[in-house]
Write a protein that binds this ligand. Structure first.
Ligand code: S3P
Length: 172
């Protein structure tokens, strides 16, 4: 089967709001393998929410915890892992993912991202500023990093099922 052949975790990377967690959960269900959300795992390990970690300990501390959590998740050969938007931008974390997983860049246009991140206020990097401007800057800055992923799939406003189908197609 596809999953047996892969023998490496599928790692979703890309901007916040692109749908890594929802798409990842569906992809994992489709393949009948476990799903992990790196941000959730960080929150469990720290017993704190992501914005609280940023507020109390700063971004560098968060990135360090994020790298360690992802390192542990990469031990799973058959799994789908959704990462936070900044993970694959960190050199060491990216190297690890490229070496031990199959990175899939989930991309979407700015409007789609903006609509999705506007549903809640739990992204510390977007607080206290113009969300569109910050997102646009981060997207431009991060694109060269995301482009290192061997697979790229674009997600539109349509249902996540379509994106999942395109990922499965790309993996064949
Ligand atoms: C971040 C994205 C968030 C979370 C943290 C930092 C980023 O994850 O890890 O707020 O740097 O883009 P999502 O991509 O799931 O929103």
């Amino acid at each position: 089967t596809l999953v047996a052949r892969l023998a490496r975790p599928l790692v979703l990377v890309g901007m916040m709001g692109v749908g890594k967690s929802s798409v990842g959960r569906r992809l994992a269900a489709e393949l009948d393998i476990p799903f992990y959300d790196a941000d959730d795992e960080i929150e469990k390990a720290a017993q704190m929410r992501v914005p609280e970690i940023f507020d109390q300990f700063g971004e560098d501390y968060f990135r360090d915890g994020e790298r360690r959590v992802i390192e542990r998740l990469l031990d799973q050969n058959h799994a789908v892992i959704a990462t936070g938007g900044g993970a694959f931008v960190q050199q060491q974390t990216a190297e690890m993912i490229l070496e031990r997983g199959i990175a899939i860049w989930l991309d979407a246009d700015l409007e789609t991202l903006l609509e999705r991140v506007s549903r809640n206020d739990n992204r510390p990097l977007l607080r206290g500023g113009n969300k569109r401007a910050i997102l646009a800057r981060l997207k431009a800055e991060r694109e060269p990093s995301y482009a290192r992923a061997p697979i790229k799939v674009t997600s539109g406003k349509g249902p996540h099922g379509e994106v999942v189908a395109r990922i499965l197609e790309a993996l064949k």
